[in-house]
Design a protein around this ligand. Structure first.
Ligand SMILES: NC(=O)C1=CN([C@@H]2O[C@H](COP(=O)(O)OP(=O)(O)OC[C@H]3O[C@@H](n4cnc5c(N)ncnc54)[C@H](O)[C@@H]3O)[C@@H](O)[C@H]2O)C=CC1
Ligand SMILES: O=C(O)CCC(=O)C(=O)O
Length: 524
């Protein structure tokens, strides 16, 4: 049974596929209400209220995926999730339109004093002079952060006859031209805009991007909007400039602390606020819940996810192509790790042939996870393999080379450790399966599965017979056996497969024979 925790309120229509899935137990409760059962959950679905901290992740020992029904993932400790091998996905498109519309509504409301006028009329006043507004037409809107929401907002502003100035270090000229906005330097935007709105993620580069100093560079009488994340506009800086009237008004959907407690901003008549409502429409909530539900179902079913924050994203088509190499790479990493029981400093992976045309970074991570999984006692997967390798001082690299292997595709891993180097080559043959085709300088051909024994020996008469006899004496059936050598009478190797795990005493017995150089068991 798979257990899924939905810890924030979400559209039940969007959740239907997971609620109806057989073998999935969905619990819709807050984290605090299931403290005792946290270790059971395979997945957690959140909006912005649940804070997925390292402390929570530590308690959720079975967790595989965090699904964020929305865009911003600042409530999730991505580094910690990555460290514990937990995939984080979000629903990046589902609430774009709603948030752009909300921002636009806030802008119009701010400049026409609609919330204040509404309160006034409801208090039996009729004071038309007090609420004289400002037109949007002909004004300059400065957008900081020109992604999905910034872009949609700009389209609406253009239709209202506004000029749009944009600051986004990652914006291409092409996109700006298409929407009809002007790319600006940060200070240029500050100096030129009548209204400034922020639409970046909350990250260290954007925290307080509008603060006491930068707001001072804006036009006197500027209007400011934040419908992205509390803290992108520094609240102290904003209060300072509201008091000195440099800022004519502000519209805020988000706050440094939510809900705001004793927040001075709420005392200003020219500050209008909403309780983080940007994405709160039926449409957006259905979209994000449905998107995130489908992604979580896919992931739990071993299928690709398309909006992961800490994994390369793959389409279904690409995932199907990668899948055989992913499995092969994982096994190759595991085999090398078990054959080379020494500290390792470097892992170099080489791709040849058709596999080189795929997303090799994903395959590299699979290989690393197979390698590390055989060495560490924490979950290692493609999410955290790179980070764990680095933590353990193992460097890794990948390169694509000309195909000289003789196979349609070939993966070669070379591992450098204390006084040892180990090379393993593998291929995937369509309709036949994965094969290991080279160990160090030896050609060989075996199916990497089950319980294996790798023997290095001298190519002398009787060695194979002796190995067979020892195993036979212990009633051990050899399922398959391959041998390889380079020259007659020189070094040779054997790879044997068994139906069960071997007793370590057998390894010792076989290794004690003079012609046998080393014996390693491998369990896949
Ligand atoms: N109020 C609400 O309910 C909602 C708020 N949001 C917030 O809005 C933010 C933006 O959402 P999207 O447009 O979907 O994200 P997005 O990822 O499409 O756009 C973010 C843009 O910010 C830009 N950016 C990054 N660093 C920057 C910097 N230092 N200076 C200027 N620009 C920078 C990026 O290049 C990108 O174009 C989200 O991160 C989220 O925090 C999103 C949805 C609903
Ligand atoms: O309504 C929500 O869950 C918040 C949406 C949001 O802030 C986001 O998607 O980043």
């Amino acid at each position: 049974m798979i257990h899924v925790l939905v810890s924030d309120s979400m559209s039940s229509e969007g959740l239907q596929p997971i609620l109806n899935a057989p073998q999935i137990n969905v619990v819709q409760k807050k984290v605090e209400e299931v403290e005792e059962e946290l270790h059971l959950f395979d997945a957690i679905l959140v909006r912005s209220a649940t804070k997925v901290t390292e402390e929570l992740l530590k308690k959720m020992t079975n967790l595989k995926i965090v699904g964020r029904a929305g865009v911003g993932v600042d409530n999730i400790d991505i580094d910690a999730a990555t460290k514990y091998g937990v995939v984080v996905i979000n629903a990046p498109n589902g609430n774009t339109i709603s948030t752009a519309e909300h921002t636009f509504a806030m802008m119009a409301s701010l400049l026409r004093h609609i919330p204040q006028a509404s309160v006034s009329v409801k208090s039996n006043e009729w004071n038309r002079n007090a609420f004289v507004g400002t037109e949007l037409y002909g004004k300059s809107l400065g957008i900081i952060g020109f992604g999905r929401i910034g872009g949609e907002l700009a389209k609406r502003a253009r239709v209202f006859g506004m000029d749009v100035l944009v600051y986004d270090p990652f914006l291409t000229k092409d996109r700006a031209e298409k929407i009809g906005v002007k790319i600006c330097a940060f200070d240029e935007l500050l100096a030129g805009a009548d209204i400034i709105t922020v639409h970046t993620p909350l990250i260290k580069e954007t925290k307080g991007i509008l603060n006491k100093e930068s707001i001072a560079k804006a036009k006197k009488g500027v209007y400011l909007l934040n419908c992205a994340r509390g803290g992108i506009i520094d609240e102290e800086g904003l209060i300072y400039h509201l008091k000195n009237k440099h800022v004519a008004g502000a519209a805020l959907d988000v706050f440094e602390v939510e809900p705001p407690v004793n927040n001075k901003l709420l005392e200003f008549e020219n500050v209008i606020v909403t309780p983080h409502l940007g994405a709160s429409t039926k449409e957006a909530q259905l979209n994000v819940a449905a998107q995130v539900t489908q992604e979580v179902l896919n992931y739990l079913d071993g299928k690709p996810v398309t909006s992961s924050i800490n994994l390369p994203t793959l389409t279904k088509e690409l995932f199907d192509k990668i899948q055989p190499f992913y499995q092969l790479a994982k096994k190759m990493g595991n085999i090398v790790s078990q054959c080379m029981r020494v500290p390792v400093q470097e892992i170099a992976i080489q791709y040849e042939g058709t596999v080189a045309e795929l997303e090799t970074s994903f395959i590299t991570k699979a290989l690393l996870s197979g390698f590390l999984g055989a060495r560490v006692d924490i979950t290692v997967n493609e999410v955290n393999a790179g980070m764990i390798a680095k933590e353990r001082g193992i460097t890794f690299s990948e390169k694509i080379t000309e195909n000289k292997s003789g196979y349609e595709n070939c993966l070669e891993v070379k591992v450098f450790g204390d006084d040892q180097t180990f090379v393993l080559k593998g291929t995937h043959v369509p309709n036949y399966g994965e094969r290991i085709v080279g160990i160090n300088d030896f050609n060989i051909d075996f199916y990497p599965t089950g319980h294996l024994m790798y023997i290095q020996h001298q190519d002398k008469p009787g060695v194979i017979g002796r190995v067979g006899k020892v195993l036979g004496d212990h009633e051990i059936n050899i399922a398959t056996m391959q041998v390889g050598r380079k020259v007659k009478g020189g070094e040779a190797i054997m790879m044997l497969a068994f139906d069960r795990v071997l007793d370590p005493s057998l390894t010792k017995q076989l290794a004690s024979y003079e012609e046998i150089v080393s014996v390693k068991t491998i369990d896949l």
